[in-house]
Unconditional design. Structure first.
Length: 426
């Protein structure tokens, strides 16, 4: 089939190379399909660029990938779903059935499908699910078009991934345009998380790990094209410690000329992981910490110290994303966390007390079961999953600012600009 894949992410704070579109395009081509890619990010008038492509080429099917439903920041909130609907409508005017996908779609798949009016969705990684769906659609188009909405969303989490798949990249996306605006190339070693953070949509996604040799082969091909600056796209790198060791060993064995930034949790972590990060050119780790986690027995402040000190000893910079004010957390726990990091002095501590309520998360379930928590919402909890703005905040901003004081190590997430890799990218 002739398939047009559209990168719908036009947000530039920061600009992000759409690796999901690249993976999907490579997977479809491997199954013999003719694939075109329309990247809307570089264009000042995205819909005009889309229309230009539709006028110039014939297609049978369109896939639209979007990175986020919204910015997830209360202070700088933007919802991207209305723009997504406009893209879907233009494609449908040309008679093209539309498949939605990407990490934004996975956050609330049924709600995104209903709002945009798209016909189909891939909920999860696309390298196996998308080619399989296209083959089935080609064989039985009328049956798929007439199916109920829940049947038109493919559960790719269950289908999983091809762990040995090595996509050809930097073919359809013009990397220099992104790099000129401060972006870096991305790569993934795994999908999903399976963690327990109550505010995170990744907890509903099954965890699938790529073959470390495939990760190294993908990076080697990109490095050979002259790209040497990367950010990991995993939810967190150290979900499975054995897999981390394997990935780092494969990267080191490939003798890659690169540097990279990544997200990690405090646990699991050991010396071999920290050594591997230094050996493979990691220059920045953002450590994801919940102030309530030590009191809940998820990890200890000693665990956090082990990671911070180990990274510092290996000359790897470390920033912290600190989430405070979770439901049920007492103010003393927040104060302890702030004083811990005031003493520990990582490069920067980004403090967030505003939790975006996404459908399907433990936070949403908690709010539906405990109406007394609704006093901390910035709007009414809708009957269904909240596709649009809804934030939980039980720690008022003036009180939080008073705790932080004027210590420059702290930054208020969403209020102060700059991502970690932008701030420490030298």
């Amino acid at each position: 089939m002739r398939i047009l894949l559209v990168n719908a992410n036009t947000f530039s704070n920061p600009p992000c190379i759409p690796i999901g579109v690249e993976y999907a395009a490579a997977a479809l081509r491997a199954h013999g399909h003719a694939v075109g890619v329309c990247d809307l990010w570089p264009h000042p008038s995205p819909l005009e660029e889309l229309l230009r492509r539709l006028d110039a080429e014939e297609h049978d099917l369109a896939g639209v990938s979007f990175r986020n439903l919204d910015t997830a920041q209360a202070a700088r909130y933007i919802n991207f779903v209305p723009d997504l609907r406009a893209i879907v409508e233009e494609l449908q005017k040309r008679g093209l059935p539309v498949i939605l996908g990407g990490s934004g779609f996975q956050a609330m798949p049924r709600e995104a499908l209903d709002y945009t009016g798209a016909e189909f969705g891939i909920d999860g990684p696309a390298d196996l699910a998308l080619p399989r769906f296209v083959a089935q659609f080609e064989a039985a188009r009328s049956a798929w078009m007439g199916a109920p909405a829940e049947a038109r969303i493919v559960n790719a989490h269950v289908m999983g991934i091809n762990p040995d798949f090595v996509p050809e990249r930097a073919v359809d996306i013009y990397y220099p345009a992104y790099i000129a605006k401060g972006s870096v190339a991305g790569f993934a070693t795994q999908y999903g998380c399976g963690g327990a953070c109550e505010y995170c949509v990744e907890t509903r996604a099954a965890h699938h790990m790529r073959n470390p040799a495939a990760v190294a082969a993908e990076l080697k091909a990109l490095c050979a094209q002259g790209f040497d600056d990367y950010h990991l796209c995993d939810a967190e790198f150290n979900i499975n410690l054995e897999h981390c060791h394997g990935v780092l060993d494969s990267m080191a064995g490939a003798r890659l000329s690169m540097r990279w930034a990544l997200y990690m949790k405090p646990v699991p972590c050991d010396a071999a992981l920290l050594d591997g990060l230094r050996r493979t050119g990691a220059y920045l780790v953002t450590l994801s910490v919940d102030s309530a986690a030590p009191a809940r027995g998820q990890y200890s402040w000693d665990d956090v110290s082990f990671a911070l000190d180990g990274l510092r000893d290996r000359s790897v910079k470390c920033a912290v994303d600190l989430t405070v004010g979770l439901p049920g957390e007492d103010i003393g726990g927040v104060r302890r966390a702030i004083e811990f990091f005031r003493a520990a002095r990582p490069e920067k501590v980004n403090v967030n007390a505003y939790l975006r309520v996404y459908g399907g998360t433990r936070l949403e379930a908690l709010l539906r079961s405990q109406p007394e928590l609704h006093a901390h919402l910035d709007d009414e909890l809708p009957p269904g999953p909240p596709l649009f703005r809804l934030f939980y905040n039980q720690l008022p901003l003036p009180e939080l600012k008073a705790m932080l004081g004027d210590d420059p190590v702290f930054k208020l997430e969403g209020f102060d600009r700059g991502t970690n890799y932008e701030l420490f990218h030298d």
